[in-house]
Design a protein around this ligand. Structure first.
Ligand code: HSE
Length: 420
């Protein structure tokens, strides 16, 4: 399947790179290779690290018959609408990450597309597959609410201000350097980017037809160090929330900063991470969490749409159309597992017991990380607790067996793995 990438910036470069890096895996999953044939840029002189041939002639690229799917990553609204409309009129498939385009023209595009594939997984919450989750996985539900952190840049800024005391301008600059921010970052900090994404989710959930101008949008620009101080002191965090809530027979859509109690799950969403809570009448609350911006994470969603199109919308049951030797991995023998371990031992409380245990452990390659003896109670026995550095399961099991045979061990030793 041949693709053209219209707009080769942070995301476009990542799409071309990942298609190359994961070529064999992707071919096995969709039954054919996905080939990035040509990329379109505005300025051919700008230095970039693109694994794709480049041109600045968009009009000739969109007329090419040898391209099967056009990936629109240009940004903006009216120019991509013109371009994508022409592509759809030619019945060629489109994949886009452009939330502003969809916030204004999603229904016109749906009318134009009809049965032509149109993927937009990357338009909301970067690498989180929230479009598929809402459109397919939760399709049995009346959606009662959607509550999300949908802008990585604002969340990055707010997290830096709250946890490091950074100032707004420095945190924004860093987010821009990391490739999270929009070309015009007022879209991020002003709440508009989150509003575009909220409209897309709310269209799937409720069929709403509004434009960004129709909903309440407030950004994070007005937040001062005093607000941060108050929030910290009163056990809140400040988050830019995008909320869709069914209220009677209406739906309220709003984007604004809010104080959220620190112990809420959404409050623990830090940095560029996005989180979306969706409440359905049948399922209850579901929570989606992951990287909301950045080249590779967004490219992951773009490519998932490309794979879906290559599969003709019909995924094979276990995800592979062709055998993939590299992915057909053998199972690791459980005795070879490596992790950290915790032991609880009930032992006789007498001279030399601890020394014998630690000797036994070292003879069996177990290195102790921490050790505690519970203060003595009325029983004649003591309880010992150990944790180990990373060890191999077979050494741990052998040690447990040896320990159990010792006459000073009074109960079957207990072990748990520590997963950090
Ligand atoms: N600027 C956006 C963000 C990128 O910060 O979330 C992903 O849409």
């Amino acid at each position: 399947m041949n693709i053209a990438i219209l707009g080769v910036g942070t995301v476009g470069e990542a799409v071309a790179k990942i298609l190359l890096q994961n070529k064999k895996l992707i071919a096995a999953r969709c039954g054919e290779e996905i080939v990035p044939v040509i990329g379109v840029v505005r300025n051919l002189n700008k230095k970039r690290d693109a694994a794709i041939l480049l041109t600045d002639d968009i009009d000739s690229v969109i007329k090419r018959d040898d391209i099967d799917v056009f990936v629109e990553l240009m940004g903006g609204v009216e120019e991509p609408f013109r371009v994508v409309s022409q592509i759809l009129e030619r019945k060629k498939a489109v994949v886009t990450a452009n939330k502003a385009l969809l916030a204004y023209h999603r229904y016109a595009l749906q009318n134009l597309a009809q049965n032509t594939p149109f993927g937009f997984e990357a338009s909301v919450a970067g690498g989180i597959p929230i479009i598929r989750a809402l459109r397919e996985g939760l399709s049995a539900n009346h959606i009662l609410s959607i509550n999300g952190i949908l802008n990585g840049t604002s969340n990055y800024i707010l997290t830096s201000m709250m946890s490091k005391g950074s100032n707004f301008a420095d945190a924004l600059k860093k987010a821009q350097e990391l490739g999270y921010a929009e070309a015009d970052p007022t879209f991020d900090v002003g709440g508009f980017d989150a509003a575009h994404k909220l409209l897309i989710l709310a269209s799937i959930a409720y069929g709403v037809h509004g434009n960004p101008e129709d909903i309440l949008i407030e950004g994070i620009e007005g937040i001062t160090p005093e607000d941060i101080f108050f929030a910290n002191d009163f056990e809140y965090v400040i988050k830019l929330l995008a909320i869709a809530k069914k209220t009677g027979e209406k739906v309220e859509l709003r984007v604004h900063p809010a104080l959220v109690p620190k112990d809420k799950m959404i409050a623990k969403t830090d940095g560029v991470t996005n989180a979306v809570s969706v409440v359905g009448d049948a399922v209850g609350e579901t929570m989606f969490y992951g990287p909301g911006a950045g080249g590779p994470a967004t490219a992951s969603s773009v490519i998932s749409d490309l794979i879906d199109i290559a599969r003709d919308g019909k995924s094979p049951m276990l995800g592979y159309k062709a055998p993939f030797e590299l992915n057909a991995l053998e199972l690791l023998d459980p005795s070879e597992i490596r992790t950290k371990y915790y032991f609880r031992l009930r032992v006789e409380d007498k001279v030399g017991v601890l020394a014998k245990i630690t000797n036994l452990m070292s003879e069996n390659n177990l290195s102790i990380d921490s050790l505690l003896q519970k203060p003595k109670d009325e029983s004649p026995y003591a309880t010992l607790f150990f944790t180990t550095h990373t060890s191999v399961e077979k050494d741990v099991r052998r040690t447990m067996e040896i320990l159990q045979e010792q006459e000073f061990v009074k109960e079957k030793p207990f072990m748990m793995r520590i997963e950090e």
